[in-house]
Design a protein around this ligand. Structure first.
Ligand SMILES: O=C(O)CCC(=O)C(=O)O
Ligand SMILES: [Fe+2]
Length: 681
């Protein structure tokens, strides 16, 4: 059975565009046919066009070879650009005083142009201009279209594992592609397909995470030599991931000719995007210790591991590097003192150069952005969390105060389409989060498996009998004398909607309409979810209840025929989605202070009602969650997590919707009061 019988062109742009160009340039065609000589990169669009021709002629072996070479050339070209951008970025001057800020912003623009041209000229043979593929072909590569052809070719060649990894790689970038979804399902059912063939060949090396995890495992097992080796590797991977992220901040270029003529406004966008990279690398990718961020926590563990294997010099170097992030960290300062004594006062102890460079560069780029905010009317919503801001003290405080007063917090979100793209690659790094505070709970899906960031599914948060009790609570509340009845859903005329808050549950218990035990269970379930979500996403940083709502959605019989709407339209929980503008406005009436959302499901005996996540366009589905008793889905409440609920076609779907905030000011008091009342019962 062929996944695509007929093997015709299925989607994407026509690579024959490249072929037309090829006809006009026979010399390059010869180059495409020739073996790649060292240092020579055959233009990827030519290889692609040849590959697709072979594909259409059903010459599978040649198609596979050419398409693979096209991908290889494309990767080589990107690597050359990355290397040049990195090299030219290093040349960007660090200004010395306030008078030179303007020059610092404008200077690099001019300098880079020349630098990039020279660098690419040295690296790319034939000349850089030969590598300028048409926009359509570039788009195909961005969408991983060559893998779509490749999987068919491999399948025909009976190279099943390669077909599967090509299919998977394509699917990761095109999760809405139904045909490929079906093919993947077919592959999964085929005997002879290994589970580990489902690899994303374009992913930030998946082994980074493995490295990091094994590093921590060795550390936990007191195997410090091995721990040091693995942690050093994963730290250096993180730093190169940062370079990669920074390089991606500068593209994709609409027109590569533009690349050499970068405008100041674009440079500022690039700087903002790079700040996002700092966030993605230094914080979000996950904490390997309970409270610190990715890079500093590596340094902390390394510092200890080196001291255990007797290398005090390197231990001291890691401690000094760590202090660049947390300069007032008492325990580390204490250790530093100890290392100095052990090594002798004369020994020079300095932070690692790579870490110094990272910290200094982030700081300087942030300064440039704030300069632009202040003087050039730029807006900036600083993505970097307050723990990282410590790096920027004391300078940061002073500047923030001035800036904040001047612009009255009117920063808006950075609207750079490529930003999320550039940075999403990093959220797959070592996502090993804080330990869960309860036994028996399983993480069923993490952000990577859900194709997004800050998303997770836990199972077994409630037992079957707890779900039953809570469902009984919803029934009893619905039947209560005070008319707490289901109304038509605010979201759809085809469903009824009942909502019960913790406070309401208590009042009903007081009236004897529901059981105290069940009302108490509602509170306990919310608190348990809060603790799970806090320890998973924000260990060490308190999450308060913002709002808790036990919601049931019931299909109205006889009103489901031909229904096309959703039970809950796609939305983000703390901002107003604007799919056309690819924006999400963090302003009222959105609940802007909500930081994390959770939904704890109670049942699955209904039809439809799945929760799904989309891209900002609200139509490209990236992940789905099927409700069932005890399943808790949690995610950050912002624009990175637009979500909706499929129509409930039959039955009643109940779940506790939970929202949390870091802001004490917006914390819901009800749960606190409820707790006092209920614990006294
Ligand atoms: O019930 C669900 O699965 C999601 C509900 C939701 O997104 C909301 O109430 O904001
Ligand atoms: Fe929501």
């Amino acid at each position: 059975m062929a996944p695509h019988a007929g093997g015709g062109k299925r989607s994407g742009t026509d690579p024959q565009e490249g072929a037309q160009r090829m006809d006009r340039q026979p010399v390059l065609l010869a180059a495409a046919a020739a073996a790649t000589s060292p240092g020579r990169l055959v233009p990827f669009d030519l290889l692609y066009a040849d590959g697709v021709r072979a594909y259409l002629a059903r010459d599978w072996a040649r198609a596979a070879e050419l398409l693979q070479r096209a991908l290889h050339s494309y990767a080589g070209l990107r690597a050359a650009r990355r290397a040049c951008r990195a090299a030219c970025a290093r040349e960007e001057p660090f200004p010395g005083g306030p008078g030179r800020w303007e020059a610092a912003l404008l200077g690099p623009v001019l300098q880079r142009a020349g630098c990039l041209q020279r660098c690419l000229g040295r690296r790319l043979r034939p000349a850089p201009s030969a590598h300028r593929a048409s926009r359509a072909v570039r788009r195909d590569f961005e969408r991983r279209e060559p893998y779509n052809y490749l999987q068919v070719a491999f399948f025909q060649l009976k190279k099943l594992d390669q077909a599967v990894s090509a299919a998977h790689t394509f699917f990761v970038a095109n999760p809405q592609h139904l045909q490929m979804r079906e093919d993947i399902e077919k592959y999964r059912r085929m005997s002879g397909v290994k589970a580990d063939s489902f690899q994303d060949l374009e992913a930030t090396p998946h082994w980074v995470r493995t490295l990091c995890r094994t590093g921590v495992q060795h550390y936990d097992a007191d195997e410090y030599l091995q721990a040091v080796a693995r942690l050093e590797e994963s730290l250096s991977e993180a730093l190169s991931a940062l370079e990669e992220c920074r390089a991606l901040c500068e593209g994709p270029w609409e027109d590569e000719d533009e690349e050499e003529k970068m405008q100041p406004a674009h440079y500022i966008q690039v700087l903002k995007c790079r700040q996002q990279c700092v966030l993605e690398i230094a914080t979000k990718p996950g904490r390997i210790s309970a409270t610190e961020d990715f890079i500093p926590s590596h340094l902390d563990l390394l510092q200890f591991a080196y001291s255990q294997v007797g290398n005090q010099t390197l231990a001291a170097e890691c401690a000094a590097s760590y202090l660049l992030f947390y300069p007032t960290d008492e325990p580390m300062l204490e250790k530093m003192k100890q290392y100095r004594t052990e090594l002798g006062e004369d020994a020079a102890v300095t932070a690692r150069q790579s870490i110094q460079h990272y910290v200094q560069r982030s700081l300087m780029e942030k300064k440039l952005i704030y300069y632009a905010v202040e003087h050039l009317g730029e807006t900036f919503n600083d993505p970097v969390s307050d723990s990282i801001i410590l790096i920027f003290l004391p300078w940061f405080h002073q500047l923030v105060t001035i800036t904040v007063v001047r612009i009255h917090f009117s920063w808006v979100l950075v609207s750079v389409g490529f930003l999320s793209k550039a940075c999403s690659c990093l959220s797959v790094l070592c996502f090993s989060t804080g330990p869960l505070p309860f036994e028996g709970i399983a993480v069923t899906m993490d952000s990577q498996q859900m194709n997004g960031s800050q998303r997770v599914v836990f199972d077994r948060v409630l037992t079957e009998s707890e779900c039953k009790d809570l469902l009984r609570l919803t029934k009893a509340a619905g039947e209560a004398a005070d008319g707490y009845r289901a109304r038509r859903s605010p979201h759809t005329p085809h469903e009824r909607f009942e909502g019960l808050t913790v406070l309401k549950a208590m009042q009903l218990a007081q009236n004897g309409d529901v059981e105290w035990r069940d009302a108490k269970l509602l509170l306990q379930a919310s608190e348990k979810s809060r603790q799970i979500i806090e320890s998973y996403f924000t260990p060490g940083k308190k999450l308060h209840f913002s709002f808790t709502h036990l919601v049931c959605r019931t299909a109205i019989d006889g009103e489901q025929e031909g229904r096309l709407d959703l039970s809950h339209p796609v939305h983000a929980d703390n901002c107003l989605l604007d799919p056309e503008g690819q924006e999400c406005w963090k302003e009222p009436p959105a609940y802007v202070y909500r930081d994390y959302s959770g939904i704890l499901y109670l049942n699955d005996d209904f039809q439809g009602g799945g929760l799904f996540f989309t891209e900002m366009d609200t139509v490209t589905v990236t992940a789905e969650v099927h409700p069932k008793c005890g399943r808790l889905v949690a995610f950050s409440s912002g624009k990175e997590n637009p979500h909706g609920v499929w129509a409930v076609g039959r039955g009643r779907r109940c779940a506790i919707a939970l929202w949390y905030t870091h802001s004490q000011e917006h914390a819901e008091q009800v749960n606190g009061h409820a707790e006092q009342t209920l614990t006294s019962k």
